[in-house]
Structures are given as structure tokens and as C-alpha cells.
Ligand binder design. Structure first.
Ligand code: MF3
Ligand code: CO
Ligand code: CO
Length: 287
């Protein structure tokens, strides 16, 4: 059904179509005819959804902040899981990882050569470890997904550089987010930065649309070609979560069917934010 100029806009703003998305839709229609991938309407969030996703993201961020004072040598990843689970529940939210596709815990804890989806267990943190903690809260039905790295004691100079470069990659990717840029611009920018250090970008996992479900369209590659992939338009919400390795980009998944490690045992680091495309650029919802 094609909307008339005076109909209510499809986006839920309550405004007339002609005062809302009409112009954007005409522009996207032209681009689609030329072969561009345009976002489906179903992934464009309403103001109400964005407010809810922002609150979920802020709770996830609060958990990562709280962990700064909790994480120390001698702690187990199981203890991190307990802390995250209890904090989440105490704030009226639910940990999205728990039972997601059979995942057994409430958070992902990925140490050293673990790329992502590390399962909390009795492993004790020791001086020199680098650790990613990846938190996703479901609050009032909305998802907020963010992760960061924690240095345990004093990791090697290379480990610290890797952590820093991965963080820069996330922010350089975020800087590419603005209307009518494309998803590929994010991955291209990240891969170019990583090349300067001789590190590699994981290809088997990526960022993703998020907010109403845990994983939505688009898939966000952290490598690849500029001017490729889906067009970005306001109120798309997705994660940018580059995983950077000192050695090969290749992954292996352990027998637990979750833990992804570097194929050569080299170190891996990851940072993640949930972002929203705004009229003027980007809002980092989880910062
Ligand atoms: N939070 C992860 C992401 O950034 C997904 C974890 S899925 C789980 O996409 F099941 F392992 F928790
Ligand atoms: Co994510
Ligand atoms: Co995550």
C-alpha cells in the first residue's frame, strides 16, 4: 500500500507523511533502483522505542562501570557472572544472554585468545590477562548491548596496544555513522586502521541491529569495502563491536559450541557500543 501525502507516516511519528518520511522515501526509492541496499522499514525505531533502548543501554553501561571496581586478580569469571546477574535483576531487567540459543550464563567473559562468547566458569583472573565483558540487558522489552576491555594487573605492552587499537577501531567506526553513509564505510575504516599495526579483523562475527530483538538487521562487518552494504538512515540502531587479533583473523569454536578463540592462539580484543543514526550523525546510546 502506497501512502498518500496526507496519511499518517509509517514511522509512528504521528506526523503527516508529506511532513515526515516522504522525501526520504523518494530518495531511497531512487537509490534502490540503482541497486543500493536500503533499510527495511521494520528496523527504523520509533521515538518511544529509542527511549526504551537508551534506558536499557544505560543500565548495561552502568554494569560495566560497576565492574571496574569489582574486577581484580583472583576473581573468577563465574563471580563476574553472579555480579552481573544480580545487578541486572535488582534493576528490574533480565540478562539477554541467559538461555539465548542455549547459552548457559548471563554475560560473556572473553580472556586473552578468546575472541567472544567466553562462558563464565572457575577460571581465575591473573596478572597480565586482558578480559572482555559483554553485557546485554533487556529492560521493559528493549535490548542494550555493550562491552569493554579490562586490564588485569599489568598486561604486556603488545596486549595493551591491542586493547587500545581495538578501542580506536570502535570509535573510528562510530565516526562513520551518519545518514546516507553505508554500513561498509564502518568496516572499511576499521580495517584500514588495523592494517597500520599489522593486526587482523575477525570476520566470523560482527555488529548487528539491536533494540527490539537481540540480533536484527543489518549485519555490521568490521572489514571490507567502502561504499558497500546497507544505506544508513535516521533511527536505525545497531552495534559496532570490532574484534581485533594480533595474529590470524581465523577463528575456532571450542567444543562447548560457544567460546570462539583465535585459530593460532594469539590475543584478541573487543569493544562494543550500541549506536543510533541521528539526523546530524550518531548518538552513542551505551555511553
Ligand atoms: N552480546 C553479544 C553480542 O554483542 C552476543 C552474545 S550472545 C550469547 O552480540 F548468547 F553468547 F550471549
Ligand atoms: Co552485540
Ligand atoms: Co555484546
Amino acid at each position: 500500500m502506497k501512502l498518500s501525502r496526507n496519511d499518517a507516516c509509517w514511522c509512528g511519528s504521528g506526523r503527516k507523511y508529506k511532513k515526515c518520511h516522504l522525501e526520504m522515501d523518494l530518495r531511497l526509492e531512487e537509490l534502490e533502483k540503482k541497486g543500493y541496499i536500503i533499510p527495511p522499514r521494520s528496523i527504523i525505531k520509533t521515538e518511544e522505542q529509542i527511549a526504551g533502548i537508551r534506558r536499557a543501554c544505560q543500565l548495561s553501561r552502568e554494569i560495566l562501570d560497576g565492574l571496574e571496581d569489582v574486577i581484580a586478580p583472583g576473581l573468577t569469571t563465574e563471580a563476574i557472572n553472579t555480579w552481573v546477574h544480580e545487578y541486572t535483576m535488582a534493576h528490574g531487567a533480565y540478562p539477554a544472554p541467559l538461555h539465548y540459543n542455549g547459552y548457559p550464563k548471563s554475560v560473556c567473559t572473553s580472556i586473552n585468545e578468546v575472541i567472544c562468547h567466553g562462558i563464565p566458569e572457575q577460571r581465575v583472573l591473573v596478572d597480565g590477562d586482558i578480559l572482555n565483558v559483554d553485557v546485554t540487558c533487556i529492560l521493559d522489552g528493549y535490548y542494550g548491548d555493550t562491552s569493554r576491555m579490562y586490564l588485569i594487573g599489568e598486561p604486556s605492552a603488545q596486549a595493551r596496544e591491542l586493547v587500545q587499537v581495538a578501542r580506536e577501531c570502535m570509535y573510528l567506526g562510530i565516526e562513520q555513522v551518519r545518514p546516507f553513509n553505508r554500513v561498509g564505510d564502518i568496516g572499511y575504516t576499521i580495517e584500514q586502521h588495523v592494517r597500520k599495526y599489522g593486526y587482523s579483523v575477525v570476520q566470523d562475527f560482527g555488529g548487528h541491529g539491536v533494540g527490539v530483538e537481540f540480533h536484527e538487521e543489518p549485519f555490521v562487518q568490521h572489514y571490507g569495502e567502502k561504499d558497500s552494504g546497507m544505506i544508513l538512515i535516521p533511527n536505525m540502531v545497531f552495534t559496532i563491536e570490532p574484534m581485533i587479533n594480533t595474529g590470524t583473523y581465523k577463528c575456532r569454536v571450542l567444543d562447548d559450541n560457544w567460546t570462539a578463540v583465535t585459530a593460532d592462539g594469539s590475543l584478541s580484543a573487543q569493544w562494543e557500543h550500541t549506536v543510533r543514526v541521528t539526523e546530524g550523525g550518531v548518538e552513542i546510546l551505551s555511553e
